[in-house]
Design a protein around this ligand. Structure first.
Ligand code: ATP
Length: 322
């Protein structure tokens, strides 16, 4: 079976004078999947989305969206896509229903067809009850859902979501995630940019980590995490026991155990997914190492991200406070 790609880019470049926002970005997003573009501030994510949605042109390379070249056939590409930005494009003076009907008219859906599409989307996103109140009275999460609904008026084959939940509280974020998962289940291809690891972990079939204008790694969340490995940490009763624990952990993992003489702990990376915590404890016991605590922590995408980009991710709470 051949794979059809909804988004395909080869060596995509974009320079603004001396600033190289993209330096040869390759992307291949199979139809019907969710791809998470993950990267620190300034990595080039928004620039990539702007090129793929025909808002700006690349200075090098090429990109196909829904099978059409973004530079040569921008109008065809535009008809196949939906875009939802970081900032809600909702008009606060209009009601939710009026907003969506306006978007429908702008998309060429007039009369009953436009009205029923707008009403259907309001119901679908749980906005039916609030639909006849002016949008300025709505919560941030509701406005973002309305924005998402607006991006779906034309039943796009490919949906671009640029940081769709930045600044939203956890409940509103969860609602957007559910909506995106439902869309993906119906076969819409979604390309999502995010700074939130959890978001990529929860939504994306594949993650592309972008750093300094290039894709530095690609894989499913599970594959990326497996590359980093779990982390085993054991606590011992006394300083004298640290070396014994380190020897056992070294033998079990072949890693380089790190000793903490203050906390009386030894930690090591575990790449072997078959190594279990009971086995670690058994081996320490067999070697006569007096252990007070032991843990095997699964890898996080944060660790993957930090390893690849050298940049810690932004915790959601800090983002809210900013
Ligand atoms: P963020 O997560 O902060 O939105 P990003 O990964 O989306 O970051 P971009 O917005 O694509 O990154 O920016 C990539 C680089 O290109 C940055 O160095 C940015 O300053 C630069 N850049 C983006 N747009 C322009 C522009 N119009 N003129 C000049 N430089 C730009």
């Amino acid at each position: 079976m051949t794979t059809t790609y909804a988004v395909l880019s080869e060596g995509l470049e974009k320079s603004y004078g001396q600033v190289h926002a993209l330096r040869g970005l390759d992307l291949a997003v199979p139809e019907g999947t969710v791809c998470g573009l993950l990267g620190p501030n300034g990595a080039g994510k928004t620039t990539a989305v702007r090129i793929l949605t025909t808002l700006t042109t690349p200075t090098g390379g090429r990109a196909l969206v829904a099978g059409h070249d973004v530079t040569r056939e921008p109008a065809v590409v535009r008809r196949a896509i939906g875009v939802t930005g970081q900032y809600a494009s909702v008009d606060g003076d209009l009601t939710g229903r009026e907003n969506l009907r306006l978007f429908a008219r702008l998309a060429g859906l007039r009369g009953p067809a436009g009205r029923s599409r707008a009403d259907g989307l309001l119901e679908r996103f749980g906005l039916g009850e609030a639909a006849d109140r002016v949008a300025s009275t709505w919560s941030g999460g509701m406005k973002r859902r309305l924005d998402l609904a607006a991006g779906l008026i034309t039943r796009p084959r490919v949906l671009f979501l640029d940081e769709p939940t930045t600044g939203l509280d956890p409940a509103a974020r969860e609602q957007i995630w559910t909506a995106v998962r439902d869309l993906a289940a119906e076969g819409t291809t979604v390309l999502l940019t995010t700074q939130y690891l959890e978001e990529a972990d929860r939504l994306a079939d594949d993650i592309v980590v972008v750093d300094r204008g290039r894709a530095v790694t690609t894989g499913t969340p599970a594959v990326l995490k497996a590359r980093i490995g779990s982390y085993a940490e054991v606590a011992v009763t006394a300083r004298e026991a640290l070396t014994g624990a380190a020897v056992v952990l070294d033998q079990l993992t072949g890693g380089r155990p790190v000793l903490d003489e203050e906390r009386l702990t030894v930690g090591v990376t575990v790449l072997d997914t078959a190594l279990t915590l009971p086995r670690i404890i058994r081996e320490l016991d067999r070697a006569g190492v007096p252990v007070t605590d032991a843990a095997l922590r699964p890898p996080t995408l944060d660790a993957v991200f930090l390893r690849l980009t050298g940049t810690p991710t932004v915790p959601a709470e800090k983002e809210h406070a900013a």
